[in-house]
Design a protein around this ligand. Structure first.
Ligand code: UDX
Length: 451
């Protein structure tokens, strides 16, 4: 009998949260990662990534002996019956998926399987474009294991739909579980591991499972972009887009989720996945007009905030702008594709001095920015990072909210009165009822709102 039930390769969001969900269901889980620091952090009972609820869960599971980590993929695979590949699939500059982590994981798994007698199931959880599992991953595992897929080992493709900031909840109670399977034996085995997850399960083939992930993310990104386009039209007509979307979203065929208009989507999935699908479509000779439009509209949406700020305070040259929210959304320190980056770049180009604040994302944002603004000729004194929200607001001419952290939802006139004149442009819809703030003198505007 194997020492562990499950091995996970990759201690990023998907790997760690998937491993924790299975460990919480009672399985013993070993996670493998090449980064020594991540392994040590996990083994000391802490989460190597920031995600609400994850630190407490990891502590509990490590103490119970249900969750541990190692640097050795071969050991993790050898000591388990099933391996989930959860490594990152970043983008190449042309939009295609960089498969270097996937191919190296597949190679390690193949080598480990060459030493193993027992049947082993390999599950691809990383987001990969259709046909990758069949045309890239399986051949690598076959080559290094000396075994044939379906005989010596099984294969499933099991996309992950978790949202950062809600990852723990999403992984314990997903809306559905999609199992792409090479054959019936592989699918049946994976299904057994998900027995205790009382949610709809869809079994299909490998390439369909891969496509479901891309199609779902494209739909959600399109839904947001649709709401943003309606918002831009509503702005011109003096109509509140949020009221419109309440009416639209109450149609059961549409539903109210992902209709919150604002300054656009960011994150580790939507921009990258849409680019990758566009690349695949174009490489097959199809011009994806919808994908192109969604990406283009999203790339431009942040600029609405700059236009509104300019008109609210009569130009931005040498004005002090407080930018609240640097991570791509609340409850995460992840800054990948955050709208804060083009927003701050645009503000600097307009001559503004930016004072930026985020509850968790400042360090990652600084790393993301690197020396790019310096290279563009902006001195360090034009982008300042504040330690707290009050310091960001103090003496600011205008405040722009890029992501709606709870900390910002609780702001009141005591804080806004620290500004030269209280004026806020909201890239989300941070205050559900801003009436009191407006009555107390706050100038408050957002994309697609009635004045
Ligand atoms: C997304 C998908 O939701 C998830 O299923 C997939 O596995 C990974 O990609 P995530 O990137 O974590 O998850 O965040 P999500 O909550 O979907 O938000 C993505 C972006 O869209 C954020 O920038 C958010 O601010 C924006 N958004 C979301 C809107 O602008 N309006 C909305 O109504 C919803």
């Amino acid at each position: 009998m194997a020492k562990f039930d499950i091995s996970i390769i990759g201690l990023g969001y998907v790997g760690l949260v998937t491993g924790s969900a299975f460990a919480k269901k009672g399985y013993s889980v070993i996670c493998a990662d090449v980064i020594e620091e991540k392994v040590q952090t996990l083994n000391s009972g802490r989460s190597p990534i920031y995600e609400p609820g994850l630190d407490e869960l990891v502590k509990e599971l490590v103490e119970e002996g249900k969750l541990s980590a190692t640097n050795f993929v071969s050991k993790a695979v050898a000591d388990s019956d099933i391996t989930f590949i959860c490594v990152g699939t970043p983008s190449e500059p042309d939009g295609s998926v960089d498969l270097k982590f996937i191919t190296s994981a597949a190679e390690d798994v193949g080598k480990a399987l060459s030493e193993k007698q027992e049947y082993h199931l390999v599950v691809v959880k990383s987001t990969v474009v259709p046909l990758t599992t069949e045309e890239t991953i399986i051949p690598i595992i076959e080559k290094h294991s000396g075994k044939k897929a379906g005989e010596g080992f099984g294969i499933c493709m099991n996309p992950e739909f978790l949202r950062e900031g809600n990852a723990v909840y999403d992984s314990m109670t997903p809306d559905r579980i999609v199992i792409g399977e090479l054959d019936d034996k592989s699918g049946e085995m994976l299904l057994k591991y998900y027995e205790d997850f009382d949610v709809p399960k869809l079994r299909t083939d490998l390439r369909t499972a891969e496509m479901i992930k891309y199609a779902a993310n494209t739909f959600l990104a399109t839904k947001i972009t649709y709401a943003n386009e309606m918002a831009n039209i509503c702005t011109k007509l003096g109509i509140d887009v949020y009221e419109v979307m309440k009416g639209v979203g109450s149609d059961a065929r549409i539903n109210p989720e992902f209709l919150n208009a604002g300054c656009g989507f960011g994150g580790s999935c939507f921009p990258k996945d849409l680019q990758a699908l566009k690349f695949v479509a174009e490489s097959k000779g199809y011009e994806p007009l919808l994908l192109n439009s969604v990406l283009l509209l999203n790339d431009n949406q942040y600029f609405k905030l700059i236009e509104m700020a300019e008109s609210m305070i009569d130009g931005l040259q040498d004005k002090r702008v407080a930018v609240l929210g640097l991570s791509f959304k609340p409850n995460t320190d992840d800054v990948r594709e955050t709208r804060a980056l083009p927003l701050i770049k645009g503000l600097l180009e307009k001559g503004a001095v930016v004072v930026a604040y985020d509850p968790k994302g400042i360090e990652n944002f600084k790393e993301l920015v690197g020396d790019r603004f310096i290279k563009m000729g902006y001195s360090v004194t034009r982008l300042i990072y504040a330690d707290d929200v009050e310091s960001a607001l103090r003496n600011a001419d205008v405040c722009i909210i890029q992501s709606d952290w709870d900390e910002f939802k609780n702001l009141g006139m005591d804080q806004f009165n620290l500004m030269k004149k209280p004026a806020v442009i909201d890239g989300r819809r941070t205050f559900s009822d801003p009436t009191k703030l407006i009555e107390c003198g706050l100038k408050y505007k957002g994309i697609g709102w009635k004045d």
